[in-house]
Design a protein. Structure first.
Length: 247
């Protein structure tokens, strides 16, 4: 396997770690653990370099809670590690997924791709709107989304993708899954596979890094509508300017 596999996991969450190790062993894959970041354990000075209240006020409709910040900081850590290691790409997994048996073949095919890409999502919704596609392996298509889905439980990120993300997302103001949908801000080339080769397990309903979603008050409704409208309009305009990637 040419692409190393890493999964994000809290040191205290041994049950999830055991499940991930069992999945890796089942498919004879090598994987390494990245120690997830618990936001409340970070010094305030480090928190301030990673998350911006002012940016959040402009970009999103509610302040992020500790779990959302810790999740984003853990993905940033993975991207930095990719650049430090010198690999061409890295598989990044959250620790609440299970593997489809086609995962090894899909990763091997991704390693052989001869076209530019920054991120390839390994999980998405059952029905995605597709802009262009082509065969990746038997039974699995490589796709360009009409609109990038929000799930970040598993993806492959290239060096170019990590460089773009680290240059443009520090500090951050949105949740990581939302930020990746605004691909035109940093010219991020996001592809995916369908059907998905990762499956969320029952533990995905509860974040182990911390509270994941804050209470959404009625006063945020207008701002939420504005964010969704901005995403739709700018995504549409961005696709008009960019040729289809997989035709």
């Amino acid at each position: 396997m040419d692409i190393p596999i890493f999964y994000i996991n809290l040191a205290s969450d041994t049950q999830r770690r055991q499940c991930m190790e069992a999945e890796l062993q089942r498919l004879k894959l090598d994987g390494q653990r990245i120690d997830a970041i618990r936001w409340t354990a970070l010094p305030e000075a480090e928190q301030a370099t990673l998350y911006s209240d002012a940016l959040n006020e402009r970009q999103f409709y509610v302040p992020l809670v500790a779990g959302e910040k810790g999740c984003y900081a853990s993905h940033l850590l993975a991207w930095r590690q990719l650049l430090q290691r010198g690999d061409k790409a890295m598989v990044v997994l959250e620790d609440d997924v299970r593997f489809d048996d086609r995962l090894p073949a899909v990763l091997a095919a991704i390693a052989r791709l001869d076209q530019p890409w920054d991120m390839i999502k390994l999980i998405g919704r059952e029905q995605e709107k597709i802009r262009s596609q082509r065969k990746l392996v038997d039974g699995v298509m490589l796709v360009e989304y009409a609109r990038v889905p929000s799930l970040t439980a598993g993806y492959v990120v290239s060096r170019s993708g990590a460089q773009k993300l680290l240059a443009s997302r520090q500090p951050f103001g949105r949740p990581v899954d939302v930020d990746l949908r605004f691909w035109w801000e940093n010219k991020l080339v996001v592809l995916g596979v369908t059907p998905a080769v990762l499956i969320l397990d029952e533990t995905s309903l509860v974040s182990s890094i911390g509270q994941k979603v804050g209470k959404r008050r009625w006063r945020s409704r207008w701002r939420k509508f504005r964010v969704k409208l901005e995403l739709s309009v700018l995504n549409f305009l961005g696709k008009l300017r960019r040729p289809k990637l997989l035709d």
